[in-house]
Write a protein that binds this ligand. Structure first.
Ligand code: PHE
Length: 446
């Protein structure tokens, strides 16, 4: 017997959980690094545009399929299948989604573990204890496992008392910390120059290099698309909710937080530069994004004395919170799939998933950068676009329109006459696959 399915208890609970999944390292670290590397405000504009032109329609696709099927990705795609080929393919893609989610969590957990270590180190040094906690693979292993254990503990408690309850607690903390840090950083010398770079676009840069491609990849990752996370979260949404509205809220919150994170990080980089920290290399290229968070910002914090240590603890605490609300949504993919497909308990599914994913994390830590890079690109550059494409094809080409309409009418009774209904299904059928294929082939060619 399959375990009984959970449900988000309220609209706000869903928005916080789904926005919690979306808001993560992608927003707070990835987005500002991309902004800095790709022409400041020009990238911000393109990103905002793409969020609504691509990410929102694909997010809606996942939410609609999920709520219709009330099941994990595999069973949901199977329900939309029209013949033996699409039915067989749904198994393949269902498990592919599990692999992509697991792979993302395995590297995400390592980075989040480092953040956790940095946070503890800053807190301890506030009390004069210098530990050098972060050095070495031993420390990395320890903090990755600690982070994974936190993720596991939340997911095991189920949808409403685990994922939803913790997203409700963690998301407001994250937003308060972010606003507090912005207020502090923006008042430092040098911040004005950063604000200008962030807010005044240089349009000539929009067509430069792969700005468009980077923005598309970024928006896909940031909204947790092409993994099955949003599909599964959609499957826990009540029938009375309006999906287009929920999707719009989640997109808005995600974009707003990415924008705010830029308001923190870009000025912070210029404050760091003002304090003598190097942020661009000799060719004028921004130092690698990993250096931004692990070298530039710590140097900035160090240049501010005790105040800087407080700032550093808050900053890394914020990153840990953001990562945790995302990692629980990743773990939910294998947990929901395993427990529903095999009939094992949620607890058993969570333990098994955790064991496999944590083992991959350890491999990534011990085997060095090459494998790590491979896990990142296999999952984000191949897995996510491919799964995004699959969702669009199942919705656009296989799902009968009248059934899709009646699913959307739950919670939005007048949707048949709306601009959304007139445009969206065909947009998902033709335009989204084209865009995704473009991203996909360009990233292979790059
Ligand atoms: N959206 C998350 C972030 O921005 C990452 C994520 C990807 C979460 C895929 C779930 C699934 O950090």
């Amino acid at each position: 017997m399959a375990a009984s399915r959970g449900e988000f208890s309220s609209r706000m609970g869903f928005i916080l959980a789904a926005a919690g999944s979306a808001v993560g390292l992608g927003n707070i670290w990835g987005f500002p690094s991309q902004v800095a590397a790709n022409g400041g405000a020009a990238f911000v504009l393109v990103y905002l545009l793409l969020a609504f032109l691509i990410a929102y329609p694909v997010l809606m696709t996942e939410l609609a399929i999920g709520r219709f099927a009330k099941a994990n990705t595999l069973a949901a795609l199977e329900k939309l299948s029209r013949g033996p080929i699409s039915r067989r393919a749904s198994y393949l893609f269902g498990y592919l989604g599990v692999v992509v989610a697991g792979l993302i969590l395995s590297f995400y957990g390592v980075i989040a573990g480092l953040m956790l270590g940095q946070c503890l180190e800053s807190l301890l040094s506030l009390f004069g204890i210098e530990t050098g906690l972060l050095s070495g693979t031993g420390a990395s292993t320890f903090f990755t496992l600690l982070f994974m254990a936190l993720t596991f503990a939340i997911v095991m408690r189920g949808v409403s008392s685990g994922i939803e309850a913790w997203s409700r607690r963690l998301m407001p903390m994250l937003i308060v910390l972010l606003l507090l840090l912005i207020a502090i950083v923006v008042s430092q010398a040098g911040a004005q120059q950063g604000l200008k770079a962030y807010l005044l676009p240089d349009f000539s840069k929009i067509w430069q290099g792969d700005l468009l491609l980077s923005a598309m990849g970024q928006v896909f990752f940031s909204l947790s698309l092409g993994v099955g996370t949003m599909l599964i979260y959609g499957s826990y949404v009540k029938q009375k909710e309006s999906l287009p509205k929920l999707g719009a809220w989640v997109t808005l919150v995600d974009v707003a937080i990415a924008f705010l994170a830029g308001l923190l990080i870009i000025p912070a980089m210029y404050v760091a530069m003002n304090n003598g920290v190097q942020i661009y290399d000799s060719q004028g290229e921004l130092l690698a994004s990993s250096q931004l968070v692990f070298v530039v910002l710590p140097e900035l914090f160090a240049s501010l004395g005790v105040f800087g240590i407080v700032l550093s603890s808050l900053f890394f605490a914020m990153l840990v919170l953001a990562s945790l609300t995302s990692s629980i949504s990743m773990l939910e993919v294998p947990v929901a799939t395993l427990s529903e497909q095999s009939g094992c308990s949620r607890r058993q599914a969570a333990i098994l998933s955790l064991l496999v994913i944590a083992s991959v994390s350890l491999l990534l830590i011990w085997q060095g950068d090459v494998l790590f890079g491979l896990a990142v690109s296999a999952s984000t550059e191949f897995g996510q676009p491919l799964m995004g494409l699959v969702f669009c094809i199942y919705l656009g080409w296989l799902w009968q329109r009248h059934l899709l309409l009646s699913e959307l009418q739950k919670g939005s009774p007048n949707i048949a006459n709306s601009a959304f209904w007139r445009c969206w299904p065909n947009y998902v059928k033709y335009v989204c696959p084209l865009i995704i294929l473009t991203i996909f082939f360009s990233s292979i060619a790059a």
